[in-house]
Design a protein around this ligand. Sequence first.
Ligand SMILES: CC(C)(COP(=O)(O)OP(=O)(O)OC[C@H]1O[C@@H](n2cnc3c(N)ncnc32)[C@H](O)[C@@H]1OP(=O)(O)O)[C@@H](O)C(=O)NCCC(=O)NCCS
Length: 222
Amino acid sequence: MSFGPIMRFKANDLVIELAPLNRESLVEFINPGMQQHSITRYIGMDSAPVIENEQDWYDKTRTAKDVLVWGIWLIEGDKRTLLGNSALTDIERGHIRQATSGSMIFRQEYWGKGIASAAHKARTLYAFEQLGLHRIKSAVIQVNGGSRKALERSGYNLVYVERNTVFVDGQLRHQDNLECLNPVEPFWSQWFHGDRPTKAQYEARQRTLEALEWARQHVTLL
Ligand SMILES: CC(C)(COP(=O)(O)OP(=O)(O)OC[C@H]1O[C@@H](n2cnc3c(N)ncnc32)[C@H](O)[C@@H]1OP(=O)(O)O)[C@@H](O)C(=O)NCCC(=O)NCCS
């Protein structure tokens, strides 16, 4: 079972739920969703998926043990509209517990309304307080300024830049590799175990603490 449990919060005045997907909702991802280059150009896709691809992805996700996926749903009374998804993938539960995060809102009219920023905070709260992760990683193509901003807001910090990872819109693009470290003990000390964190890491820790506090106050984990 690899969908995350329901979390509800508001982004500006929109009621948003992070909740599992169902088969019927898959058509939303491609209608027109991920068949638009403007949606997928920064997530490493250069082809457009069709419904069978989404069904395959759904079947794999449903049984995967190292993945947690949430649909991002807009709730208006009884009406539920799927806006995108948010995920923790490659979840490692070894001596260090970590995962990679990713997110997409495929309805562009909902961009810039703070939905991803709030969803990241909810996901981070779940990752740190329920899964006990030490670290969440995320990669952002440098031109994707909105994505980096939303991640930094919830406590992510740049670790290193990888040059020329993709060729998009006529140019080679670099990739920012970010991380969000669990700011609370014992996770923080286990991660650093005597090494001195940098100033940027301390600043990111503070942002993460604030993001977690926001989520504790505003996110309802049903
Ligand atoms: C990236 C994405 C998830 C962001 O979602 P969102 O809900 O629009 O994000 P938010 O509204 O929480 O925050 C985005 C912020 O970046 C800003 N922003 C948007 N485009 C920007 C740009 N090109 N450069 C800098 N900042 C930008 C927004 O104005 C907003 O800041 P503000 O709240 O101060 O105005 C969404 O655009 C998306 O799904 N894109 C397609 C898929 C994708 O790129 N996924 C991420 C892969 S790493």
